[in-house]
Design a protein around this ligand. Structure first.
Ligand SMILES: *Cc1c(COP(=O)(O)O)cnc(C)c1O
Length: 409
């Protein structure tokens, strides 16, 4: 995962912002060109026949969706709100609608939309889908989301399946679910199974074994229950190493392994992935201008414009977020120092990175936090303390690609 490639463009954008604005800088900068190259690379590495969807909850900003659209098969919505937003921003693209607690009105909305597939999370939801499909005379394309345990796939701390969660159905519910599907065969079409069991997965070999286990499991279910499905959705969850991005999930190795595995198995099931973080995280930067540098009981603090109400990722991940100092012209206030980077909130939790070494820092310099393109602005409690929102800058794609071949026919 290449992060630094965007830095010159970010630096230039911030210089432009400084030149044009009177107030200290506080901005998100998204490098859409970097995003386009990254998603294109992801798509081109993926074996033929595998599908790539983008999980919009990572970052559903319109320019992000527009940049991704030519390279993805569609988008995954985790709520009725995302579903409506995706349809508005990217009309005609296939959509997947997952997540617990869907409203009847949202299910109806999804059924009314061509090319929308439902990820059914429970037996109760399956019954509601059947009822709504039948009543509205709109057939439903469904995947059953399954929560299964898989042995021997490494660090179970990352595992979201095989233990109690609100997501998906237990294998012991499958017979009942298939009975409901059969009973409503004219209205429910079971297209596949969905698994999203890992998050922050950084081991390509383990992920490959997991995908293999999903495929084996679905073949086993087809044999046991005499059903035929087309597709296995193997979820997202490809991990990013914030401290050392070069140690993030190795997509290239994963895709090579996947190709070999699918060839050797002569696999008949289609595979679909729906990553979020891994797609959009590297295109975004959060940039704050230093307002004050102070010493408190022996420790240095740099107070910068903005904070975790814009950029909740550091506390959400429980980490010190990496950063780059964009030096201005001022003589440094501190050199060769250790400093804690905080925002403008009146809470001691508003910390972006604790006790970090800096070579030189002055009031008026900017702190640029990379890997802020996913689960950053949109997971933040933006109204807390009523500060101004950050400036949003989207640096355009340089060679514009307008490929819409993945539209629903
Ligand atoms: C959040 C989510 C994703 C995306 O996860 P990432 O870690 O961002 O790749 C994919 N599928 C489902 C069902 C999710 O809930």
């Amino acid at each position: 995962m290449n992060v630094d490639a965007s830095l010159p463009r970010v630096r230039e954008a911030i210089a432009g912002l400084r030149a044009s604005g009177a107030e200290p800088v506080c901005a998100y900068v998204y490098d859409l060109d970097a995003l386009a190259s990254h998603v294109r690379w992801m798509r081109e590495r993926l074996p033929d026949g595998c599908e790539l969807y983008y999980a919009a909850k990572a970052n559903a900003d319109e320019p992000i969706l527009r940049t991704l659209a030519p390279w993805v098969d569609g988008f995954e919505a985790a709520s009725g709100g995302e579903l409506r937003w995706l349809r508005q921003c990217q009309p005609g693209y296939p959509l997947l609608f997952g997540g617990p607690g869907k409203l009847d009105s949202e299910l109806l909305d999804a059924l009314a939309q061509p090319g929308c597939t439902l990820h059914v999370e429970s037996l109760g939801e399956l019954r509601r889908v059947a009822r709504i499909a039948e009543a509205s005379k709109r057939p439903a394309s469904i995947f059953l989301r399954m929560n299964i345990g898989i042995e021997g796939v490494g660090d179970t701390r990352l595992m979201m399946g095989g233990k109690p969660t609100p997501f998906g159905m237990d294998e012991s519910d499958l017979a009942a679910a298939l009975a409901i599907v059969r009973h409503h065969a004219s209205w429910l079409s079971l297209e596949g199974f969905h698994f999203h069991l890992m998050s922050h997965q950084r081991d390509a070999a383990v992920q490959l074994r997991l995908v293999q286990a999903y495929l084996d499991t679905v073949h086993r279910w087809q044999d046991i229950y005499g059903i035929t499905v087309q597709t296995v959705n193997a979820g997202g969850g490809f991990g990013v190493d914030y401290a050392d991005p070069s140690r993030s999930f190795d997509w290239a190795t994963f895709c090579d392994g996947l190709r070999t595995m699918l060839d050797e198995r002569k696999e008949t099931l289609r595979l679909r992935f729906e990553p979020g973080r891994y797609v959009s995280v590297a295109c975004g930067w959060y940039v704050m201008e230093v307002l004050d540098i102070k010493r408190s009981h022996g420790e240095l603090f740099a107070v910068a414009r903005g904070g975790t109400h814009h950029f909740r990722t550091p506390p959400a991940q429980g980490h010190d977020h990496p950063f780059v100092v964009l030096r201005g012209d001022a003589t440094p206030d501190i050199t060769e120092a250790t400093v804690t980077l905080v925002g403008q909130l009146c809470t001691p939790k508003d910390v972006l990175a604790r006790q970090q070494p800096v070579q030189a820092l002055a009031v008026g310099d900017c702190l640029a936090f990379p890997l802020a393109g996913a689960y950053a602005w949109n997971i933040s409690h933006q109204n807390f303390l009523m500060h101004h929102p950050p400036t949003m800058l989207y640096l355009p794609v340089r060679s514009s690609e307008s490929d819409t071949r993945r539209l629903v026919a």
